[in-house]
Design a binder for this molecule. Structure first.
Ligand SMILES: [Zn+2]
Length: 255
């Protein structure tokens, strides 16, 4: 079964450090390929406690959209688990260059465990198992950050990870499913994250079959993401849902 599982939905610092929502990233099972995206704090535990259990040893690889701790905290232990403690050399790691050099988040001694480490770049195109994906544009986020366009046989998925809004952002992400990392309700100039207002602009332009909001900051949690998603759905007339911890989306079903 092809599915997308939200191991956690926490974003920004306070929701993560207080674990008001769980963190841990997104597990994607598509076209017989398994990928973990942004294994934040608790990712390993969230995998093993999932029902049904997700075994990191089954992973074909891990993608880091950027090095911030809410996205990368568990990367080393996930590599350890993916490679059976380093005894089975396997798996691909995709990460921006600043996750690897100068104050790296991927430990050097663990890099030999994996088959290959691939550096993400703007306009990059990549392949893992049966899936192709691209990193169409560099985000505005303080550290090197890329969103993803994932191309399955029958479905396309975009993850618009952390970024400050920019004018033509919508033109880079035009998939069946759009996933938005959203921290705020209203945009604030100094905060390098999308707000619900930004999400609304992108959805209006692209009209995806399904939009999912996740990576919530305090401001969003207080505002009840499920209510915000519902009112956005009603307002724009396209399906918008708020992710919950452990939520699974069946990708074989019609959206
Ligand atoms: Zn983040």
């Amino acid at each position: 079964m092809d599915n997308l599982k939200f191991l956690g939905t926490a974003g920004a610092r306070f929701v993560v450090i207080k674990q008001l929502r769980k963190s841990g990233g997104i597990w994607l099972n598509l076209d017989e390929t398994k990928i973990l995206i942004d294994p934040g704090p608790g990712s390993l535990v969230r995998c093993l406690n999932s029902k049904p259990k997700l075994n990191p040893y089954d992973l074909d690889g891990v993608i880091l959209t950027h090095r911030h701790i809410d996205h990368s905290n568990d990367i080393n232990i996930i590599i350890e688990a993916m490679t059976n403690g380093g005894f089975k050399k396997k798996g691909l790691i995709f990460a921006p260059s600043d996750a690897l050099y100068d104050d790296p988040v991927i430990l050097k001694y663990i890099r030999n465990h994996v088959e290959k480490i691939i550096i993400l770049k703007e306009k990059g195109e990549y392949k893992i198992g049966n899936i192709k994906f691209s990193t169409p544009v560099k985000h505005i986020h303080g550290v090197e950050t890329y969103g993803l366009n994932i191309f399955g046989k029958n479905i396309t998925i975009s993850l618009i990870t952390d970024t400050k809004y920019f004018d033509d952002i919508y033109s880079y992400y035009n998939s069946d499913i759009l996933i938005f990392n959203v921290v705020l309700r209203e945009s604030k100039e100094h905060i390098m994250h999308l707000s619900i207002k930004d999400v609304e602009k992108i959805i209006k332009k692209n009209k995806p079959k399904l939009s999912i909001i996740t990576h919530f900051g305090m401001n969003m949690i207080r505002a009840k993401p499920w209510e915000i998603a519902e009112s956005l759905s009603n307002k724009i007339g396209v399906k918008v849902i708020a992710a919950t911890d452990g939520m699974s989306i069946d990708l074989d079903k019609k959206l």
